[in-house]
Design a protein around this ligand. Sequence first.
Ligand code: SF4
Length: 376
Amino acid sequence: MTTLQATLSELHDRLAADRPLAQDLTLAELEVLLAELGQPRYRARQVFHWLHGRLATCWEQMSDLPAALRRELAERLGAVAGEVVADQRAADGTRKLLLRLRDGQQIETVGIPARDGRLTVCVSTQAGCALGCGFCATGEMGLARNLSAGEIVSQVYQFATPHARPEERGVSNVVYMGMGEPLHNYAATLKSVRLLADPLGMGMSERRITISTSGLAPRMRQLAHEGLHVRLAVSLHAPNDAIRSSIMPINRRYPLAEVLAAAREYAAETDRRVSFEYVMLGGVNDAPEHAAELARVLRTALPPALLHVNLIPYNPTAAGFASSSAASIRQFADVLRANGVRVTVRASRGRDIAAACGQLKTETNRANRSTIAALG
Ligand code: SF4
């Protein structure tokens, strides 16, 4: 790209970033906007369906809207959430996108196919993250900003088939497990769930949406009373406060007992099983006695039918933690099962494409820095 092209593209981005994103608006909000423009109410349904059902990314695609209205909408709203700056596919079919948002921030989104044809999309909710978990590449970046609801749902749309019936759009599940802490961006996260579930849009079942949290206990409690049917996944990663605080600073604010009490409230209020994510860090949290302790604290907090543990093999990042051996993971799972806790060992996906959250952005930036250094 020439210097002039780069300047023009930067200018274009700056102008686009000034306008609200069309995908941020609910149907009710679009109705207000279109009424202000003197349009009949059905126009709002048309526009919403173009954006969230037919996955349009520019106004020209909305062929059944009058050209004058399209121009007016284009002056008020942006329609493109981000552009793909890196697209990597792993041997196991996992696909990771690095997206550049309108203000230049970069985020990651991952599509994880299952053998039965289902596709799970893992979305980011923040550019960076403020929580600084020691084992996480995103944590090293700090928080740049929250994403808007439209920026969150547009990540899912990158993997969906436009112009298809809801059951044929190709995305079966959405997990909020990418960059950022979803409950730290609470309003946009909830709004994005409602946008994804809207029957005029993707029409996704809330039951196929999982929100993960590192344990923001007050927000977990609030979520329990929102009337949503989403799954809650709590990133526990340790059986006690000493280990948890050493790898997750948020534990000093909301210790294990408080997080588990909030998880119990969520399970009781929604009658939904809570899953506990546990990343297996070699020599840190993966000993058999840690498994026994974990089973004890979980069973004290929740009935066994309402809890499930997912053991996650660690995708090593630059942070200096190591993965547990396969034998340690097997043994850890056996101890949990022997103590009455249901457990799944997650397959490690996309190892060859830096699929751990924040890795692609870190590595791309690192590569860009080395290229710049080499040029300089
Ligand atoms: S693991 Fe999640 S909460 Fe912790 S720093 Fe990374 S993105 Fe943030």
